[in-house]
Design a binder for this molecule. Sequence first.
Ligand SMILES: *[C@@H]1O[C@H](CO)[C@@H](O)[C@H](O)[C@H]1NC(C)=O
Ligand SMILES: *[C@@H]1O[C@H](CO)[C@@H](O)[C@H](O)[C@H]1NC(C)=O
Length: 289
Amino acid sequence: MDSHRLMSFMVVVLVSAFTEQSVTSSNLQGPSIFDNYNIGWGYDHVWTSNQGRDVQIFLDQASGSGFQSKSMYGSGFFHLNVKLPGNNSAGVVTAFYLTSSSLNHHDELDFEFLGNNEGKPHYLQTNVIADGKGDREQRISLWFDPTTSHHSYRILWNRYQIVFFVDEYPIRVFKNKHNIGVGYPSQPLKIICSIWNGDSWATDGGLTKVNWTYAPFIAGFRSFSIKGCPAQNSMQPCYSSKFWWNRNQYWELSPSQEQAYQTVKSKYMTYDYCSDKTRYPIPPPECPQ
Ligand SMILES: *[C@@H]1O[C@H](CO)[C@@H](O)[C@H](O)[C@H]1NC(C)=O
Ligand SMILES: *[C@@H]1O[C@H](CO)[C@@H](O)[C@H](O)[C@H]1NC(C)=O
């Protein structure tokens, strides 16, 4: 591509980056939730249709609900299509995360969707806990209404980087900086999705509570295939380049992804622990200098 065409291409990529993009419902194919996941809790707070390819879990005053992958994984490009509860969902937290089973040297990669009242933005919080060290929250406001249709949320995890995506757009990158003493997830992780009452902290710092008049709060999930390397004890087989997400084009963002990521950071990021001087007078070592 010559540079003029490359420029126009990048403009198109960036413009399309921030227009509403939803995942259509037309092809509900692939595995059912029951092929790859188990319901973990709140069994009577789960509705399924389309042979388990369209799933809703909900929160009311009696319970929330959650499901988890049957297997643990050592690397992958994990995704789910999620539609968040609408209508005054303040205090309601919907989560999609990867977690180690041990609390010792705990590893966890989190998407946490924080509900809100009608007309207020929905924030998406991410966190990275590695080798027992967390407190790495970032928040973005979403550039679309996440309650009206399913969008894709993905986590890439290989030995080089962890990238959180909203639709096609990287919203967070955590590089492997083990060489300078920063922990990096290095044990098998399972996938968990759940909905629960988080009104002690989730909305306006915990001041806005769940209004049960609007219950049940319903989160929709689709797309239950798992692009991951199943791992038991040894992680080594999961680092192989026979898994496409381990190949070198996934070791860092492409130039157009990098540009979209910078745009997300400048326009949509509302909190970044790296720039929270009260919490961290000296930015943690993994933060950009
Ligand atoms: C919001 O509430 C209206 C009226 O109660 C209902 O018809 C609609 O399905 C709700 N929307 C969502 C996203 O829950
Ligand atoms: C909950 O919502 C109902 C219906 O809009 C409203 O009348 C009530 O005041 C709300 N409760 C609280 C605690 O905000």
